[in-house]
Design a protein around this ligand. Structure first.
Ligand SMILES: [Fe+2]
Length: 306
C-alpha cells in the first residue's frame, strides 16, 4: 500500500451556538447523516460515502469556532511514531483516551504555533450505515440536501504559518501543494497528506486559533449549482459563489452556518503526486488564485473568521 502515515481528515469538532440550528444546517441542508449524541452537548454526523462512524462533531458552546481537527493515521504503530516525531519537533503531546468520542480509539493531540489543536488517531468504528461494500450501488440511501460526499478539508487562520508548514512537512509527512508568496512572506499554504490538492490549509493572521471554513466534497459542478439553489431557497447566509478557485482548481460555494462558522461545498480539483512541485502564486495574480472568475477577493472572505 502506497498510502501510510496520516491518511485524511478524520474528525472536526466545531463549536456552535445552537445544536438544533446546526442539525438543520449540517443534516438537512449539507446532507450529513445523524449518527448519535452523547448527552454532553455534542452530536455526531457523517457523510454518506464515508466508512468511518462519524466525521463532524458540532458541540454546543457560547462561542463559535473549531475545537480541533483530527487526522486518521494508518495504524497504531504510525500513531506511536508520530507521537515521537511531534515530541522531537518540540511540541508537547497529550493523550485523549479511547471512547472520549464514541467509537473512536485513543488520540494524541498537540498545539500548533498558529494556535490550533491538531489530533491524530488510528482507530474509529466502521459506521453502521456505511457505503455498500458488496456489489456496491453508488449510494445506499439517496443523498439529501447538497449531498455531501465526505468531509474534505479545513482552512485555519493564525500566526506562524511558516513554522506550521515546516512542522507538517517534517513531523507529519505532509507536502505543500500550493502557496501564496507575498513580498513580506508567505500568506497561505495548502498542505496534503495524500493525492488531494489539500487536506488542511493555513492563512497568515494575527489572531491565533481562528477557523475559516470546513469543506465538504460534492459530486460535480451541477451539485455546486444545486447547493446554491438550496442556499437561496432556505435563506442561508451566502459568502461567495458559485465560483472557482485558481488555487486547487475546485468549483465552490461558501456560506455560513447559523453560528457564523463558514462552510464550503466544492467539487473537482486536481490530483496531487508527491513528485509535483509546489505551485506558487504571487501578489499580482492572487485574486485569480483565490477566485478565478472574479479575479478578486471579497473583504468578508479575508476577515470573517470564528
Ligand atoms: Fe476550502
Amino acid at each position: 500500500m502506497a498510502l501510510s502515515g496520516a491518511l485524511r481528515p478524520g474528525l472536526l469538532q466545531l463549536r456552535v451556538l445552537d445544536l438544533q440550528a446546526a442539525k438543520t444546517q449540517y443534516i438537512d441542508r449539507i446532507g450529513l447523516q445523524f449518527v448519535g449524541e452523547d448527552g454532553d452537548g455534542r452530536i455526531y454526523l457523517k457523510a454518506y460515502d464515508e466508512f468511518e462512524r462519524h466525521c463532524l462533531v458540532p458541540r454546543e458552546a457560547d462561542e463559535a469556532g473549531c475545537d480541533f481537527m483530527a487526522f486518521r493515521v494508518a495504524s497504531a504503530a504510525d500513531l506511536d511514531s508520530f507521537e515521537k516525531r511531534v515530541s522531537d519537533y518540540g511540541y508537547g503531546v497529550d493523550h485523549v483516551p479511547a471512547g472520549e468520542q464514541p467509537g473512536v480509539g485513543r488520540r494524541i493531540g498537540f498545539m500548533l504555533p498558529s494556535g490550533h489543536r491538531i489530533e491524530l488517531h488510528a482507530d474509529i468504528d466502521m459506521a453502521v450505515r456505511h457505503p455498500p461494500a458488496t456489489n456496491p450501488d453508488i449510494w445506499d440511501e439517496e443523498p439529501r440536501g447538497m449531498g455531501a460526499i465526505r468531509l474534505d478539508h479545513a482552512l485555519l487562520y493564525g500566526p506562524n504559518i511558516d513554522e506550521v508548514q515546516d512542522f507538517f512537512e517534517k513531523a507529519l509527512d505532509f507536502r505543500c501543494a500550493e502557496k501564496v508568496a507575498l513580498p513580506d512572506g508567505m500568506l497561505a499554504t495548502w498542505l496534503t497528506c495524500g493525492t488531494k490538492a489539500h487536506d488542511i490549509a493555513f492563512v497568515r493572521h494575527t489572531e491565533p486559533g481562528k477557523f475559516h471554513h470546513a469543506s465538504f466534497y460534492l459530486e460535480d459542478w451541477s451539485a455546486v449549482g444545486h447547493a446554491a439553489d438550496l442556499i437561496a431557497r432556505y435563506n442561508i447566509s451566502l459568502d461567495i459563489g458559485p465560483t472557482r478557485h485558481g488555487i486547487t482548481r475546485g468549483t465552490t460555494i461558501y456560506f455560513f452556518d447559523p453560528s457564523g462558522n463558514r462552510n464550503e461545498v466544492f467539487s473537482g480539483g486536481y490530483t496531487y503526486y508527491p513528485t509535483d512541485p509546489t505551485r506558487i502564486w504571487n501578489e499580482q495574480e492572487l485574486g485569480k488564485g483565490i477566485f478565478y472568475y472574479e479575479k478578486a477577493m471579497n473583504e468578508r472572505f479575508l476577515t470573517v473568521v470564528t
